[in-house]
Design a protein around this ligand. Structure first.
Ligand SMILES: Cc1ncc(COP(=O)(O)O)c(C=O)c1O
Length: 303
């Protein structure tokens, strides 16, 4: 019997084949363009600012200094290098009514890995997660591949893409564990107001769910609304904030992101979420140590 006729016990994961990434969808569109058609086409590239803007040379200096210091050649701790976590906690605390500690910060390989980790740890049997519609497709892709049921709530175009709070309440039930907010919003571009975020926090509290606040575009805003981090409402509802160097510092290729527990009451500790994040980070890849080592200098010198 040769290897082609032999019956093997293994095969690809059929569930995962259902997942289409944004890149593959864009590739599919591109491949199916009618080549004969002379009309100009627009490249629907994904949000890679490095194709248009340059990072500050001081950020590159910080990386070079970290490498040349020879102090960051070791395997990083699973949760991240302490100095980096301290710098991120200090940076984010400026906009909060309470102080974050380095223990609230967990470093990830870009915020995509933060999404992977969070959707995997909340994927208990029967659990569901609420995602905005329109939204950022990796949430659905990761939820589906982790066996987490997705339910969608609407953003209302006529109201500047505010969350339809009635639709949140309509789709949630006792198995709902979290709702995702993307602020500033991808794909809609709006920045949610303080008042509206407070209403979202109160709704989540009423439903007994925590908020995953994706702030990948924090401080990269359009329009007149100032950016307010969801962590401001951490005393109303527990918030896991997702952040990244990718957009604000224009270095998506550096793959450095973070998860922050914004929640002064300790519910993430009590509920085991913090332990689950740590456990996940123990068994996965972490951002390179020299990148983590450069964070304090980047935050200090790049304004
Ligand atoms: C809303 C949002 N979250 C997360 C990410 C992932 O960013 P990264 O993995 O580069 O940190 C992106 C990238 O475009 C995004 O738009």
């Amino acid at each position: 019997m040769n290897h082609k006729t032999r019956k093997w016990n293994f095969k690809g994961n059929e569930e995962q084949e259902l997942v289409i990434s944004m890149n593959s969808a864009l590739r599919m569109l591109e491949e199916n363009l009618n080549k004969e058609d002379q009309k100009p086409s627009i490249f629907l590239g994904y949000a890679d600012p490095a194709g248009i803007f340059q990072t500050d040379p001081l950020a590159a200096d910080a990386i070079a200094d970290a490498v040349r210091s020879f102090q960051f050649n070791y395997y990083p701790p699973a949760v991240g290098v302490l100095e980096a976590r301290r710098a991120i906690a200090k940076h984010l605390s400026c906009d909060l009514p309470y102080q974050l500690s380095p223990d609230d910060v967990f470093l990830t390989l870009g915020s995509i890995q933060a999404i992977e980790i969070i959707t995997s740890i909340v994927a208990q049997p029967g659990a569901n997660i609420l995602l905005p519609r329109p939204g950022y497709p990796p949430y659905e892709a990761n939820a589906v591949s982790n066996g987490l049921e997705v339910r969608q709530f609407d953003l209302i175009p006529e109201k500047g893409w505010e969350v339809d709070l009635d639709s949140v309440e309509a789709v949630a039930d006792d198995n709902t564990v979290a709702m995702v907010m993307i602020n500033p919003c991808n794909p809609c571009g709006n920045v949610f107001t303080y008042q509206h975020l407070k209403q979202v926090a109160e709704t989540a509290r009423k439903l007994g769910v925590f908020v995953i606040s994706d702030e990948a575009f924090g401080l990269v805003t359009f329009g007149s609304n100032p950016f307010v981090p969801m962590g401001v409402f951490g005393t109303i509802v527990p918030v896991l904030t997702i952040g990244t160097l990718s957009k604000r510092w224009v270095v998506p290729g550096w793959r450095l992101g973070w998860i922050v527990t914004n929640e002064p009451n300790g519910f993430f500790e009590e509920s085991g979420i913090v332990e689950s994040i740590k456990n996940h980070l123990e068994v996965t890849s972490n951002p390179p140590t020299f990148l983590q080592g450069a964070i304090p200098q980047i935050f200090e010198q790049v304004k």
